[in-house]
Ligand binder design. Structure first.
Ligand code: ADP
Ligand code: ADP
Ligand code: ZN
Length: 215
């Protein structure tokens, strides 16, 4: 199963991906996670990505396409994959089509998680995640038992610097300008499934399961 999870910043892509991958064990490929890791490790790619991420802008297509192409060519992706946060531009979507052609497969579904802008700002600005195991929480909607401490491993919970309100709003603008046109791209291909993401995470997941069962 080759899937794309789409949606604006804070829609719940990462949260749903974690649940999907428990039910359907395919690699979860998050370009945001890959970039954050590269920044943390100080690699050349991380250095390139850092300033764009801090400003809430997209990392240039050629950098992003390169890392995804490399990742999809790895053997664990042959039985399927779940892309989270890629593609984010039409150029990336066209590149993905080329990569799929080369690999001899196709994207079966682009699942879009739709959430109103003001809810998205509440979600991103309250998001914290574990420095050790990366589990994501929300200070109000999904709080840990003890503030600032991971339930699962006791690690420290940190806020992403790009989740501060000003940058979160810029990312939302970038989404509307550069990423939302992709909805039409996948709709034209007949593989777009849009889901109301402004509900409890388990209700959103139930709808995703229904889409996956119908593929
Ligand atoms: P969100 O939780 O807002 O959806 P991500 O973790 O997916 O954010 O992405 C964080 C940042 O990483 C983005 O704001 C952008 O700078 C960069 N990034 C992630 N995916 C892409 C992509 N497909 N194209 C360009 N930049 C990306
Ligand atoms: P994305 O990967 O799309 O940026 P996340 O999965 O990281 O989104 O979710 C953003 C924030 O919203 C996190 O703090 C998460 O705990 C919270 N969240 C995710 N899904 C829901 C939901 N259905 N209702 C309320 N809060 C949610
Ligand atoms: Zn943890």
């Amino acid at each position: 199963m080759n899937l794309i999870l789409m949606g604006p910043p804070g829609a719940g892509k990462g949260t749903q991906a974690d649940t999907i991958k428990a039910a359907y064990p395919v690699p979860h490929i998050s370009t945001g996670d890959m970039f954050r890791e590269a920044v943390q490790q100080g690699t050349a790619m991380g250095l390139k990505a850092k300033s764009y991420m801090e400003q809430g802008q997209l990392v240039p297509d050629e950098v992003t396409i390169g890392i995804v192409e490399e990742r999809l060519a790895q053997s664990d992706c042959q039985q399927g994959f779940l892309l989270d946060g890629f593609p984010r531009t039409i150029v990336q979507a066209e590149a993905l089509d080329q990569v799929m052609k080369k690999l001899g497969g196709r994207i079966e579904a682009a699942i879009n998680i739709a959430v109103p802008d003001e809810v998205l700002i509440q979600r991103t600005t309250g998001r914290v995640s574990c420095a050790a195991c990366k589990t994501v929480y929300h200070t109000v909607f999904n709080p840990p038992a003890q503030a600032g401490v991971c339930d699962k491993c006791g690690g420290k919970l940190l806020q992403r610097s790009d989740d501060q309100e000003e940058t979160a709003r810029r990312r939302l603008e970038v989404y509307h300008q550069q990423t939302s046109p992709l909805l039409g791209y996948y709709q034209q291909r007949g593989i777009l499934y849009s889901i109301d993401g402004d509900r409890a995470a388990n209700q959103v997941f139930a709808d995703i399961q229904e889409v996956l069962a119908g593929l």
